[in-house]
Design a protein around this ligand. Structure first.
Ligand code: ATP
Length: 403
C-alpha cells in the first residue's frame, strides 16, 4: 500500500499553500490532468524540514494546466517558458507555485546543459533525469489519491537511511554540479553518499576533469552551498577535493575561521568570501560570468595581494588603502594574508565616518568646493587618529578653521 502524506501536508504546509493545492486538485479533477508535488518539497515533508519552494509536475503539458487554473480564477500565470513547458504562478492567497511538464532530458555533450525531450512523458520516465533518489519522490495531488507517495527509485528507503544515491552511473558525467548538490544535502541534512555513488564521484573527479563544461550550474550550486554560511560545507569541499572540479586551490584555512569572520563582519555576499579564498583560475572566473560587483571581489583581492603594505604607517594610510575595495575582498585578503592592517581596517577603521556633510560645512562658512573636500579629509584623518571623536568635535574643528 502506498505511503500517504496527507497528514504531513496538513501539518507542515501553510493554510495558504494547502488552499492552493486543493484548487490544483479540483482543477486536475475537472479537466483530467495528473499532477504531483515533486522533488525537494516531498523530501522536506518526509524530513519535517522547513519548506521553501513548492514544485508541481504535470504529467502532460503544465502550461495548459496553468491556463485552466487561471480560467478558474485560482491563480495568475506570471512567467511561462514555452520550450520546457514550465510556468510560474501566483495564487490568490499569494502562494507561488512552479509548474513543470514531465520530461526526459538528453545531454548532447557531457557536462553541458541538457536538452529536454519527450515533454509530457510519464512520471516514471521523468524521475530518471533527477539527481538523487531522495529528490525523485512525488506525491499525488489528484483527488482520489491525494497524498499518496510515488517512489520509482527507492527514495523512501534512502531517505530513511539518510543515503544519497544517484540514479545511474553516468549521472556525474552528465552533470558534475550534482557533486556539489550532494555536498549541500550532506551538510544540510547529515546525508551520506552510498558506496557506489561515492565511487562514481571519485572516478569522475579522477578522470573527467576538463574545462569544456557548462559552468552556470556549477556556479549556481556553489552559490547555494556557500550561502548556507556553514564552515562545515567549506571543509567538506576541501576534504573531498571538490574544489578541483572548478580548478580552485586548497588554502590553509578552516571553514569555521571564515564563518566566524563573516558572522562578526557581515557582508552582502558571504558565499564569495568562501569562494574568494580558493578560486584563482582566471579562465574559470571568466567562465562563471560574475556580475560586475561579484567580479570586483576577485579583482580587488588580487590587487590587495599584490601590494606592498610597508608604506601603511598610519590609520589614515590603511583606511585609504582599503576604502574603495569591496568588503568581501578585504575579508578574503585578511584570511589569505593574515595582515594585521586588514584586521584593523575591518574591525575599527571601516566603521569610522565623518558625520558632517559638505552642505553642513558650507553652512559653517566654507563655500569653496575644493576647500570643503580638504576639510572633510582633514576631519577624517583626525577621526581615524582619535583626536576628533564625535559630530560636536567635527563642528568645533571646522569653526576653528574659519576664524
Ligand atoms: P533545495 O531545498 O535546495 O531548493 P531542491 O531539491 O528543491 O532543494 P532545486 O534546485 O529546487 O532543489 O531542484 C528541484 C528538483 O529538481 C530537485 O529535487 C531534483 O529532483 C531536480 N534537480 C535539481 N537540480 C538537478 C540536477 N542538477 N540534476 C538533476 N536533477 C536536478
Amino acid at each position: 500500500m502506498a505511503i500517504n502524506l496527507k497528514d504531513k501536508i496538513k501539518e507542515q504546509l501553510s493554510e495558504n499553500v494547502q488552499k492552493a493545492l486543493l484548487e490544483c486538485s479540483e482543477t486536475a479533477e475537472k479537466y483530467g490532468f495528473k499532477i504531483y508535488l515533486i522533488g525537494g518539497v516531498v523530501r522536506d515533508l518526509f524530513l519535517e524540514k522547513e519548506i521553501f519552494d513548492i514544485d508541481v509536475t504535470v504529467e502532460g503539458n503544465a502550461i495548459e494546466f496553468c491556463h485552466k487554473l487561471a480560467d478558474e480564477k485560482y491563480c495568475k500565470i506570471i512567467q511561462v517558458q514555452d520550450k520546457l513547458k514550465t510556468a510560474k504562478t501566483v495564487f490568490s492567497s499569494e502562494t507561488e507555485i512552479d509548474f513543470a511538464s514531465t520530461r526526459q532530458e538528453f545531454y548532447p555533450k557531457r557536462g553541458h546543459l541538457p536538452v529536454a525531450v519527450r515533454i509530457g512523458c510519464s512520471l516514471q520516465e521523468d524521475v530518471y533525469r533527477r539527481d538523487f533518489t531522495v529528490n525523485s519522490l512525488a506525491i499525488s495531488l489528484n483527488k482520489k489519491t491525494f497524498g499518496d507517495v510515488v517512489d520509482y527509485v527507492g527514495g523512501i528507503e534512502d531517505l530513511a537511511n539518510k543515503t544519497l544515491r544517484v540514479l545511474h552511473d553516468n549521472s556525474f558525467n552528465e552533470d558534475p554540479s550534482r557533486i556539489i548538490r550532494g555536498l549541500k544535502f550532506a551538510a544540510r541534512f547529515g546525508f551520506h553518499r552510498d558506496k557506489h555513488t561515492k565511487e562514481l564521484q571519485e572516478k569522475y573527479q579522477r578522470e573527467q576533469l576538463h574545462k569544456d563544461i557548462s559552468w552556470t550550474r556549477i556556479k549556481s550550486e556553489i552559490k547555494q552551498a556557500f550561502s548556507l554560511n556553514t564552515g562545515k560545507i567549506f571543509d567538506m569541499f576541501l576534504a573531498n577535493g571538490v574544489e578541483k572540479l572548478f580548478y580552485a586551490q586548497k588554502p590553509d584555512i578552516k571553514g569555521l575561521e571564515i564563518k566566524t569572520l563573516i558572522d562578526r563582519h557581515p557582508v552582502d555576499n558571504p558565499w564569495l568570501v568562501y569562494l574568494g579564498c580558493i578560486l584563482k583560475d582566471e579562465e574559470i572566473i571568466d567562465a562563471f560570468c560574475f556580475t560586475r560587483a561579484e567580479k570586483k571581489i576577485f579583482t580587488d583581492r588580487d590587487i590587495l595581494l599584490s601590494e606592498n603594505l610597508s608604506m601603511l604607517n598610519s590609520n589614515y594610510a590603511i583606511y585609504k588603502f582599503f576604502e574603495k575595495k569591496s568588503p568581501e575582498a578585504v575579508l578574503v585578503y585578511y584570511l589569505l594574508s593574515k595582515r594585521k592592517e586588514a584586521l584593523i581596517y575591518i574591525e575599527k577603521l571601516s566603521k569610522i565616518r565623518v558625520e558632517l556633510k559638505g552642505s553642513d560645512i558650507k553652512e559653517l562658512g566654507i563655500t569653496d568646493g575644493k576647500k570643503i573636500g580638504r576639510m572633510l579629509d582633514e576631519i577624517l584623518k583626525k577621526k581615524l587618529s582619535g583626536t576628533i571623536v564625535n559630530k560636536k568635535d567635527e563642528i568645533a574643528f571646522v569653526k576653528a578653521q574659519t576664524k
